[in-house]
Design a protein around this ligand. Sequence first.
Ligand SMILES: C[S@@+](CC[C@H](N)C(=O)[O-])C[C@H]1O[C@@H](n2cnc3c(N)ncnc32)[C@H](O)[C@@H]1O
Length: 277
Amino acid sequence: MNSPKVNKQYGRDNLPDQILTALGNAGKDLDNLTRADLGTFDEFHIGGLAETRILISKIPDFQQGSKVLDMGSGLGGPARTLADEFDCEVVGIDLTQEYVKAATVLTERVGLSDKITFKQGDVLDMPFEDNSFDVVWTQFVGMNIEAKQTFYEQAYRVVRDGGYLAFHEVMAGENDGLIFPVFWADVAEVNHLRSPETVQEILADVGFEQIEWVDLTQASVEFFEKMLTARKQQTEKPPLGFNIFVGEETPLKAQNIIKNLDAGHIKVVQGIYKANK
Ligand SMILES: C[S@@+](CC[C@H](N)C(=O)[O-])C[C@H]1O[C@@H](n2cnc3c(N)ncnc32)[C@H](O)[C@@H]1O
């Protein structure tokens, strides 16, 4: 059970209040928040909203109104995108209690609570019925999961026959020696990267059919370079970025991602897999 370690990595006291305070300090109208107000930080993965839209576009014949499970839903940004832009009914599950609270508050504030629910729980032991989702979705979560086989078995169990797994993850590069801290791990004990080849073998073993596999490693360097440049140009107002919940180490972690990408320690991958049951 890695719950205390993951909570320590991501948990922050009173996270919903901290986020609302940061939004207020940035001049946002807290009584009329919109998804756009949250857009610079609520998708906690490389590429943000743009990569979420790209991942959706890769799912064959993706239907408006699909029932989607977001495994490791974080602050709920991807779930809100799926619900708002694609009319999906979304369930998010996440281990970190403060993230679940923040995701719920932000979703209420932008008026999407009728389409999304968030639940605290472990993706390795999910309380959902077999075959109950059209799409299982996960972005930047597998890096914290040691039991990869169980992770993908759970995804396979809850998705319906003919449904899809859509993921966007950091994986191990060809060279060892990850430089810490990074966004998903301050220390080695919560870092569980595996090579793309190993993940592909596990997915095939679980029963998934590969539909699409895209290496986004180079695009990821460009994302973080832009983020760091924007931060340098920011002078007065505190930036509304990952710093709200990651803290002062945000620029260091962003720089370390670039170093890790450049040195071949990590790769970034998107994949679409089909469940043929
Ligand atoms: C980098 S964040 C990504 C959040 C979200 N998917 C996004 O892209 O905005 C990683 C998330 O995975 C969650 N997580 C890690 N291990 C988990 C587990 N075993 N079960 C559920 N959630 C987990 C963390 O709590 C955290 O919210």
